[in-house]
Design a binder for this molecule. Structure first.
Ligand code: SAM
Length: 323
């Protein structure tokens, strides 16, 4: 595996007074996961129960006829159920999203990081496509689900997949203290949307899903800074974000997120519209036709790039913050 991946395991940041309140990253081991499995058949995130599968019976390891996306509107009515992908973790994203991003922006053995990994969709794709993966989540139960989704082996996997090294950490995306500067090739992540889906009813300090909009955007700014720090120059950071409505008017959370990532130093490579099909969140509750607004059925998948060492920021003037 790549040198950079092996070098991830040592702490690289000195504790800083401004961020020392954040939970530090802790590697979750296979032994810890096996112990957990002895006493748990499932975990509950809010009111959603997720079963832990003992012995995966996998019928297919990849989507039938995968055609990489070419346009800036993505739609996956069939969200994808290959390998261990199951859509029962609240707000999990379609595996077609990380699959497309990994295909477009990485090569085998590159390092991919999802700092809000949830049920591990991104890392399952890393395993299948032979990329090294780092997953982090503030919720230890989410990490157990992710480990469960990665708990499969098969002769059908390509050789490079068998070599992929995957690590899961309980930790905070605002302080990725065990990941060294400029060691990651792709960040692909999907934060909670403030006030739309709660993951821990405020029981887990640092869970961004429990914040109100202003606080949420401030903390997303810290996530953006960490993403910028760990990413190699010239590489990509993709983040999926949705909007909401209050008092029947539109709240463009995506614009706040876009601003925070540009403020962190990224330039904008893509604004992809991802259509939504089945919505379990508050947005899904609107039914019928008698509203004075349109029901939101899209999210933004922003792809940012960190400038390469010899690139001049002025050349990308209008893909930076210019307004
Ligand atoms: C939308 S879900 C991610 C779903 C994931 N893409 C999947 O397919 O399962 C957002 C995740 O962010 C996690 N989260 C919330 N605040 C966090 C923080 N400060 N640091 C890391 N993870 C956080 C939540 O626990 C939740 O699992």
């Amino acid at each position: 595996m790549t040198k950079s991946f092996h070098s991830l395991s040592s702490a690289s940041l000195p504790p800083s007074s401004s961020s020392s309140a954040f939970q530090r990253m802790r590697l979750v081991t296979k032994d810890e996961y096996n112990e957990f499995l002895k006493s748990h058949d499932s975990i509950s995130i809010e009111n959603a129960k997720v079963r832990l599968v003992r012995d995966w019976k996998i019928e297919k390891f990849e989507p039938e006829k995968f055609v990489p996306e070419e346009w800036t509107v993505w739609s996956f009515p069939d969200r994808g159920d290959w390998a261990t992908h199951i859509g029962n973790y609240r707000g999990n994203w379609s595996p077609f999203i990380p699959r497309n991003l990994i295909h477009k922006y990485t090569s085998p053995c590159d390092v991919v990081c999802d700092p809000m990994v949830g049920s591990g969709t991104t890392l399952v794709e890393c395993k299948l496509l032979g990329r090294n993966g780092i997953g982090v989540d503030i919720n230890p139960d989410a990490i157990m689900v992710a480990m469960n989704r990665l708990d499969f082996e098969s002769d059908q996997l390509p050789k490079q997949a068998k070599e992929a090294e995957l690590r899961l950490y309980v930790g905070d995306a605002r302080r990725l203290d065990l990941i060294k500067d400029e060691t990651v090739d792709l960040i692909a992540t999907h934060p909670p949307y403030c006030g739309i889906i709660s993951y821990s009813k405020s029981n887990i300090p640092g869970d961004l899903s429990s914040l109100k909009l202003e606080g949420f955007l401030e903390e997303i700014g810290k996530v953006a800074n960490e993403c910028f720090r760990i990413l190699k120059p010239g590489k990509y950071c993709a983040i999926l974000i949705g909007d909401t409505r209050r008092r029947r008017h539109y709240i463009p959370i995506n614009l706040g997120v876009l601003s925070r990532f540009l403020d962190a130093g990224f330039i904008l490579k893509e604004d992809i519209i991802k259509l939504q099909h089945k919505m379990m969140s508050a947005r899904g509750r609107w039914r019928g036709h008698s509203y004075d607004f349109y029901k939101i059925a899209h999210e933004h998948l922003y792809v940012f790039r960190k400038l390469g060492r010899n690139e001049r920021a002025s050349e990308f003037k209008y893909s930076k913050r210019w307004w």
